[in-house]
Design a protein around this ligand. Structure first.
Ligand SMILES: NC(=O)c1ccc[n+]([C@@H]2O[C@H](COP(=O)([O-])OP(=O)(O)OC[C@H]3O[C@@H](n4cnc5c(N)ncnc54)[C@H](OP(=O)(O)O)[C@@H]3O)[C@@H](O)[C@H]2O)c1
Length: 286
């Protein structure tokens, strides 16, 4: 292996993946729009600037692919990148896909299908990230500022997964020497939980009552818009919550254990480690 280009290298899963790969002595290249000047492995990479793609890919034979965030249709930006990767002889592309269907965004499914045409492809399909309960995610901001979660997901459950477990699973498949190993993995935590369940766990760990306010689709779109999301993405995420409500995202898998040899972290472990995040905002003194 010559090295792994980690797109989204500064994000929730990418950062953790870089740490694991470095710990295992695997050469990495950390892609970011604003590469850290102190990091010799950092490279400028912007989905919106195709001139940065070739330099980022050069001499790397594996890629961890995090699609452009908040893009409802990532294909126009990712397709030329994948073609370039193939031209440069990249042997493995591991896509950070999603177990959660984005009903208004078929581009995500198209992207997974396109990656399956790539040599040595692996598609990871994680469930909702536990890190969505940490800032700067809007769910976390609302918990901190108002002690509440607003959701159209009702009592629907999600197999919440810690981003560090996704990174560990990605590291395992990126380090796999078998060139013919291509597969699709549903990645989840150990148990499916509703927002009501997660609020109860956070309440217990943070020592502060966190309420859940059930809202409908339109109100959820408004909440997402108010958090700064573009309309199409705000609608898509609200539709995700409606899907969760129907029970569609409650599945759990053993893939993290199977790939890494370690069971995935529980939501309670996650909440214990991050309890300080939810203790609330004190009003500024005047
Ligand atoms: N959150 C969930 O519950 C969940 C569940 C299932 C799947 N997913 C999938 O996980 C992926 C990551 O989502 P996330 O919200 O957790 O984000 P994230 O990986 O924490 O952060 C986004 C990353 O993308 C990079 N980035 C942003 N704009 C970029 C651009 N124009 N060009 C190049 N890089 C860019 C950022 O790097 P710089 O800012 O340094 O450039 C950052 O490293 C998404 O594809 C999402 O669909 C998320």
């Amino acid at each position: 292996m010559t090295g792994v280009l980690v797109t989204g290298g500064t994000g929730k899963t990418g950062r953790a993946l870089v740490e694991i790969l470095r710990g295992a002595g695997v050469p990495v290249r950390v892609a970011s729009r604003t590469p850290s000047p102190g990091d010799p492995d950092a490279v400028r990479f912007d989905w919106d600037d195709a001139t940065t793609h070739r330099a980022a890919l050069r001499e790397m034979d594996r890629v961890y692919l995090v699609a452009p965030p908040v893009a409802v249709d990532p294909m126009p930006l990712v397709e030329p990148f994948l073609a370039e990767a193939q031209r440069l002889g990249v042997q493995r592309v591991v896509l950070l896909g999603s177990a959660i269907e984005f009903p208004n965004a078929p581009g995500m499914l198209e992207l997974a299908a396109r990656v399956r045409d790539q040599p040595g492809w692996v598609v990871l399909r994680p469930s909702g990230f536990m890190q969505n309960f940490l800032r700067p995610h809007p769910v976390a901001e609302r918990i901190r500022q108002h002690g509440e979660i607003r959701t159209a997901a009702g009592h629907g459950r999600v197999g919440w997964i810690d981003a560090r477990d996704i990174a560990a699973a990605a590291a395992a498949v990126l380090s796999d020497a078998r060139s013919d190993h291509s597969d699709d993995y549903l990645l989840t935590g150990p148990k499916a939980l509703s927002y009501h369940d997660t609020a109860a766990i956070i309440t217990a760990r943070a020592g502060r009552l966190i309420r859940v306010l059930d809202v409908d689709y339109d109100e959820q779109v408004a909440v997402n818009r108010a958090a700064g999301m573009p309309t199409a993405f705000a609608e898509s995420l609200a539709a995700v919550d409606v899907g969760i409500r129907s029970g569609r995202d409650a599945q759990v898998s053993t893939s993290v254990l199977d790939l890494t040899g370690h069971p995935p972290r529980t939501f309670d472990e996650f909440a214990r480690q991050h309890a300080h995040e939810w203790t609330g905002v004190r009003p500024a003194r005047t």
